[in-house]
Design a protein. Structure first.
Length: 170
């Protein structure tokens, strides 16, 4: 297990996040709906505005020695009145060199803990690719339960990929 500095990203972390975001879209394209050409999270102005919003955050795990951003998990409260009791998780990723060392668990734990502190939040939801069994196992170990499968959620390079939908009751 490696020591991590786990915290919510701020304005100073935008460039590091965008670099990691570009890596994730190239490394595991079947795990993310965005492509490098249409990804709004790679726009520095838009990203700064997003993380400046209340109850819309990105948790990051930084290497305690080098300060490098190793893992991230975006999460935010649903905005419409009827669904404000829900938080959605998006963009969970760990750089390959840091996998298996607890970084994804650390950012997901911070996301869950933070969301629990938001008044009225009762559920956290996420989707995970059927191509990501390690991520599925992590989410299950954190208490998320599978509630449905979207068989052809996306097509990447001519190949169909399913998304598994999961939820955690707080």
């Amino acid at each position: 297990m490696t020591a991590f500095d786990v915290r919510l990203l701020g304005d100073a972390n935008v460039d590091a996040y965008i670099a990691l975001r570009r890596e994730m879209l190239a490394d595991t394209p079947w795990s993310f709906l965005a492509t490098p050409e249409d990804d709004v999270a790679c726009d520095p102005v838009g990203l700064r505005a997003r993380i400046a919003q209340d109850q819309n955050d990105i948790a990051g795990a930084f290497d305690a020695t080098t300060g490098a951003l190793l893992a991230v998990a975006g999460f935010g409260r649903m905005q419409r009145q009827k669904v404000r009791h829900r938080v959605g998780v998006w963009g969970v990723y760990t750089t390959p060199a840091a996998r298996g060392r607890g970084a994804a668990r650390a950012v997901m734990t911070l996301a869950i803990t933070t969301a629990r502190g938001w008044d009225g939040v009762r559920w956290i939801g996420l989707s995970v690719s059927d191509e990501a069994p390690a991520a599925l196992g992590l989410y299950e170990s954190l208490g998320f339960e599978l509630w449905g499968t979207e068989p052809v959620a996306m097509v990447v390079q001519g190949r169909d990929h399913a998304e598994l939908h999961m939820a955690l009751e707080l």
